[in-house]
Write a protein that binds this ligand. Structure first.
Ligand code: PLP
Length: 393
């Protein structure tokens, strides 16, 4: 299987981890030799309830027996996507009321950027240095990392960058700005959290110049930071909220949510302001609905902060220079990228899955399923420490 993977499946990295998957359950992924791999990555924050959660499987199977794709986005009334959009609204502050469901995070970012341009009649978009918002042309245009986008230029014009957490940069947001797009917590940059009421100040500046604030919660969203949405920590409600990853419970999804007033603009001048065939797909929406219900109806979100404490208590080692992030969105900062690589690859051999972050080569990603148990955290941290002890000697 691995030979065919390398031969027929397009590769974007010279050294893929190449784990040959047999099945997955809870916090474990099993390879074809039935070795269990403890998952500290959760499909890059996309499986909040672990693998094959029975409620998600039940919801998917139940929907499969009824209908799958019946029509393009927005024409027919389909219970799973209606209920999902309603439950999102019930869990969001005003004025975030209406949701457009997409196929992926990057598509939701595209939709949000289009909506901001349409709403303001302006074209300038301000993003942050080291930001990651997805990999299609529009999302890539607002990526704050030139090295990864140079080859694909020309991209969208009129994109300017500010430094995340730098209050002095906020005067670059002007009456020419359509929107400011920020990750609530910068992911690829190394799990950088907003400081000194930064997001509140951005929102204030946006309001002063009538620009919209888009917050990308594709990674922190749905409980990972100890609140349902990361922005709840920072007293800042965006004009447009973008979500994805965890929302699908392991199925592909994205969403952008805004006020009814803003969303109405997608109906008019031009109508069909964003078109998608599969957005709001009933089987995926059923999976997302089951996921959101489980996250909001159980104690998982509160437990996230307890689990963070356990990670921070256990992961003390001279080679761990810092643990960044919040909740179960944690990044170990190692002394060098080489040590990061060694740790990730050696842990893989010992049955623990870790991963890199996009732009911070010294960071090791720890984003397990929210359902991970305390013994599983202890087991994984023991592996990390035993490997680090060997690297040190
Ligand atoms: C913060 C952020 N925004 C956008 C995206 C893009 O989402 P997707 O890969 O579903 O297109 C990602 C994916 O990693 C992300 O982490």
């Amino acid at each position: 299987m691995k030979q065919n993977f390398l031969k027929y499946q397009a590769q974007t990295s010279p050294h893929p981890l190449g784990l040959e998957i047999s099945h997955a359950k809870g916090s474990y992924i099993y390879d074809i030799e039935n070795n269990a791999h403890l998952d500290f990555v959760a499909g890059v924050s996309a499986t909040p309830l672990g693998h094959n959660h029975p409620k998600i499987i039940h919801a998917i199977k139940n929907q499969l027996d009824k209908y799958m794709h019946v029509m393009v986005y927005g024409e027919y009334v389909q219970k799973p996507s209606v209920e999902l959009s309603k439950l999102l609204a019930q869990n969001l502050p005003e004025p975030l009321e209406q949701t457009y469901l997409t196929n992926s995070g990057t598509e939701a970012i595209e939709g949000a950027l289009k909506l901001a341009k349409r709403a303001t009649g302006r074209s300038e978009i301000i993003s942050a240095k080291n930001a990651y918002h997805g990999n299609t042309m529009g999302s890539m245009s607002v990526m704050g990392y030139e090295e990864r986008k140079q080859a694909f230029r020309p991209l969208l014009p009129n994109i300017n960058f500010i430094e995340f957490n730098n209050l002095d940069d906020l005067n670059k947001i002007t009456t020419k700005t359509a929107c400011v797009i920020l990750e609530t917590i910068q992911g690829g940059a190394g799990f950088i959290v907003p400081k000194n009421n930064y997001l509140k100040a951005v929102k204030k500046r946006c309001s002063e110049v009538d620009a919209l604030l888009i917050l990308d919660e594709i990674q922190p969203g749905f409980g990972r930071t100890g609140k349902l949405f990361g922005f709840e920590h920072y007293s800042c409600i965006p004009d447009i909220l973008v979500t994805g990853k965890a929302l699908g419970g392991g199925m592909p999804i994205g969403a952008f949510t805004a006020s009814k007033e803003l969303m109405l603009l997608l109906q008019d001048n031009p109508k069909l302001g964003h078109i998608t065939t599969f957005g709001g797909h009933p089987v995926i929406a059923a999976s997302a609905l089951a996921t959101l219900k489980e996250i909001t109806e159980t104690n998982l979100i509160n437990e996230t902060l307890e689990k963070e404490k356990l990670f921070r208590k256990l992961l003390i080692h001279p080679l761990i220079k810092e643990i960044r992030g919040i909740g179960l969105m944690l990044a170990l900062i190692m002394p060098t990228p080489e040590i990061t690589n060694q740790l990730i690859l050696k842990c893989k051999e010992k049955g623990l899955i870790l991963f890199w972050l996009l732009f911070e080569p010294k960071a090791v990603r720890i984003t397990p399923p929210l359902t991970i148990s305390r013994p599983e955290i202890e087991q994984g941290c023991k592996i990390i420490l035993s490997i680090l002890n060997k690297i040190e000697s």
